[in-house]
Unconditional design. Sequence first.
Length: 258
Amino acid sequence: MFTGYDIPPTNPLLSFYLQDLKLAETQQIWKPIGDSAAKYISKQTGGDKNHYNQPYHWSYEDEERWVCPIYITLHFFDIMVQRAIFTNYPDHMWLRYYYTLLDHIIKKYQPSSTANQSDNLSTRYDYLIDAIFNKCISWLEAAVDKKTKLVEKDGRIWPIPVRFSAEVLGELLRLMLQAENITDSRCTEQLAKVIRLSNKLEGAGLQRLNQKIANELIPAWGITQSKKYKIRLKKCFSKVDPCKTSLNSTLSIEINKI
């Protein structure tokens, strides 16, 4: 069972800011890091000239990602949020930067003509999109591993970072489904992961987290109320393994209602 990242004292930066999350919260350490990554993505060129739209290569995961400002930022937030979850720290640590970063990536996403879009990871951007969803999903899996009990305070669900993780995951799916430059197969791939997670949450008695995901995926306002959006969501949902969708998690039930 994963119990969060170990932060060794030999790592002065992480140890200084994340051993006591109160310091990270007070100093708002996430802001310069998140803003810098968002700016870095926005400054990338478009189309084939964009390094991240080039075909994915195993060397990116093995070596390049550890010098990639985008991936390093995702990893830093993952360490910080996991620590907040496993120490029951009452702050979301601005994990919604994941939504901001995905939004910037989608705006630049235009796979090179040499990239094979039938591959699971056709470009470096695809690897980063995958990482965003996988890490956000892992925050909610941490709640399952911890046997988290949800409580209500002042009309809101606690623990705070767990609730925000669910809301952001729904936002991430909504963002992908709204993007015309993201294929149905890519959307289905991420939706399938979330459906698998929703079954775990349901089994752990965390139905209200599934409802939070659903509330953001299918809000009662905006473009998501359009026929086009609903058709695409239902289409992608229909392509998910029926053995997973037939388990009737709260999320699956809400999708089936539209």
